[in-house]
Design a protein around this ligand. Sequence first.
Ligand code: URA
Ligand code: SF4
Length: 200
Amino acid sequence: MNKLRILDELAIEIRTCPKCRLAETRTNAVPGEGSGTARIMFVGEGPGENEDKTGRPFVGAAGQFLNQLLRQAGIAREDVFITNIVKCRPPMNRVPLEDEVEACSDYLMAQIAVIEPKFVIPLGGAALKTLLGPQLKITQSRCKVFRKSGILYIPLFHPAAALHNSRLVETLQADIQTLKELLARDIRDDEITDLSPRVQ
Ligand code: URA
Ligand code: SF4
């Protein structure tokens, strides 16, 4: 079946999803957008005010900075898929709670399964912990390459973090160049931290 059609059907389901308390306070759910055959997927934390208003991911200030970073990496936004670990805005932009992330995770897992990206880029600590494990820290994991279930994960700081900390602007700009370089070459096995469940 056509991947975009499956993603569209998922998006329809997400827009009326009642599965957690964030449904009560959202204006619009934000399923995500981009290419159904994306080689690279970016996963943020959750919609903010502008995303909630428009129903589109990363369209506010953090989104503008993400767009700039994508341009600097030579990545066209329409060639990637961009989404979040929760599809509805947490009130006051608080970090999503564990039960909300859990309730929403089937959608993210389904999106990853349909798109079959080669690379997933978790943006920030919340996406990192959800996708790769609660023990990981974004400061230590950024720009490292992890492998889980055949997909390579390269975490980056969240672009919104740089809006409050100007030193992170330069860090993210350097990290996006590292990402660009990693995406363009073969990554050796000894550069990869394997998180796949052990085969018994
Ligand atoms: N921050 C996020 O994590 N996701 C968005 O979509 C916008 C801001
Ligand atoms: Fe459903 Fe996810 Fe929105 Fe919760 S955050 S209501 S699980 S789409």
